[in-house]
Write a protein that binds this ligand. Sequence first.
Ligand SMILES: Nc1ncnc2c1ncn2[C@@H]1O[C@H](COP(=O)(O)OP(=O)(O)O)[C@@H](O)[C@H]1O
Ligand SMILES: [Mg+2]
Length: 310
Amino acid sequence: MSAALEVTGLDVRFRLRGGRTVRAASEVDLTLARGRLLALVGESGCGKSVLTEALTGLLPGNAETRGRAVLHPGPDLLTAPEAVLRDEVRGRRIGLVGQSAGTFLTPTRTVGAQLREAVRHLGGTASVAELADRAGLPGAALELYPHELSGGTAQRAGLAGALAGDPDVLLADEPTAGLDRPLVEHTTDLLVALARSGVAVLLITHDLRAVQRLADEGPVDLAVMYASRIVETGPAAAVFARPWHPYTAGLVDALPGERFAPIPGHPPELTDLPSGCPFRPRCGRADCSDDPDLVAHGDRAVACAPAEAS
Ligand SMILES: Nc1ncnc2c1ncn2[C@@H]1O[C@H](COP(=O)(O)OP(=O)(O)O)[C@@H](O)[C@H]1O
Ligand SMILES: [Mg+2]
């Protein structure tokens, strides 16, 4: 496994007026590997989008970061100057797809013309037809104007645009939000195909069901985030088969087809996180060590080591 992007000990804090701080990422360790898709799941507000903003230099001015996020080969993204991030990283090394990826399109020019311009600007090597093919965008859509595209097609146009600069890393933040189930499946299949072609893909989603569908076939890993922390990570099939962290187990239990039992309670406010395990107030586990640090066990890692892992 060859790492394209390695994040270690990433902390992100936002300073609020009045001296309070929001801790949106705490000691995050993640590796995005070429040829694999990492699905990052967690409840709304747990810090998923902040992570992508930290990796692309798009955090607002009131944010402070610590740790490292190193592109291989390349700079530490947390300390690289904005000019390096703008001219060498965003679009060229790291492609970004958001929830409404199509909104990057200008209304007055065809999709094909805009993709051609993006390839030229970013110095990409793929033709527009190849980009369309990789993004699952029908050739006929290249002749259309953005307002003529359906939501799913606009999303694919956005994905094609994100690939225009031949990035080795693709960050997709909730790319399937608002899509119906067949389009969710089509989009996630495309992302797995991109991973298989050698791209290191991060898929951020709270659609655990969509990830479960990919887990058995694909080169897919899962990272579970809770209240600014990664609480469990490993090959997705293994984690779904036997979740180790009580929070992961709760998420899997809440899937349709499992027990469909939502986890009672709410995540803590990120302004006053406990120093121990943030899930403790919602957790039924008796033998609790209250230790939030991830501990590796082979190709998996979990905070709250279960008996069967040791
Ligand atoms: N600019 C900001 N200033 C203060 N808090 C912020 C800022 N941006 C995000 N946050 C907080 O950081 C936390 C994580 O947000 P986010 O990463 O967007 O969550 P999600 O997991 O839903 O993507 C939330 O509590 C959010 O309110
Ligand atoms: Mg988000």
